[in-house]
Design a binder for this molecule. Structure first.
Ligand code: 5GP
Ligand code: MG
Length: 178
């Protein structure tokens, strides 16, 4: 698949992301108190950088697990049909769970994943999304914590790809076709 030429304009700097994650980690710690049964669940692949930085700011005993749901494929449009491509390795029944998502867009992915995970009877389940595009929402869902609200732009970097590229950028940028 070939893509038209584009440039990436910085939207959120690496420094702002780091500062925001410190604040969010303190709030998460406040909410989960002194739990010793927290499982942090990253939604692959876009959340892998975020979850890595977030767990290192959490002063709690945490386990980390991953789930992969189908999303945009290689395109720029949500498919609205969510499939689980890779399930958790561990059980979450009776555990405290924090679901970590890169972006909440239409809301279909997070709402599908939450429905699935709640059916496994966790003690508590909360969500955190690095980015939220509220104007795009089609399903009534909001993460417990949000890093940044952004406009309806296609973004990359800090784990988030365009056609599998740009995940290694340390900042969030928007794609602009040239
Ligand atoms: P939703 O199901 O909420 O529409 O979509 C959520 C998923 O779509 C996110 O986890 C992310 O994988 C993908 N997504 C949404 N907006 C963007 C974007 O601007 N850039 C990229 N690369 N993926 C996005
Ligand atoms: Mg995703």
């Amino acid at each position: 698949m070939s893509h038209p030429p584009y440039v990436i304009d910085e939207l959120i700097s690496a420094k702002s992301i780091a500062a925001r994650i410190e604040t969010l980690a303190r709030e998460i710690q406040g909410r989960f108190g002194d739990t010793d049964k927290l499982v942090v669940v990253g939604l692959l692949r876009g959340s892998f950088v975020f979850i890595a930085d977030l767990v290192r700011e959490l002063d709690l005993p945490v386990e980390v697990d991953f789930l992969e749901a189908s999303s945009y494929g290689d395109g720029m449009e949500s498919s609205r049909e969510v499939r689980i491509l890779k399930d958790l390795r561990g059980e979450i029944g009776g555990r405290d769970v924090l679901v970590v998502e890169d972006i909440v867009d239409t809301g279909f992915t997070l709402s599908h994943v939450m429905h699935l995970l709640k059916s496994r009877s966790p003690a508590r389940i909360e969500t955190i999304a690095l980015l939220d595009k509220p104007t795009r929402r089609e399903v009534d869902i909001k993460a417990t914590w949000t890093g940044f609200e952004i406009p309806d732009e296609f973004v990359v970097g800090y784990g988030i790809d365009y056609a599998q590229r740009n995940r290694n950028l340390p900042y969030i940028g928007k794609v602009r076709f040239t």
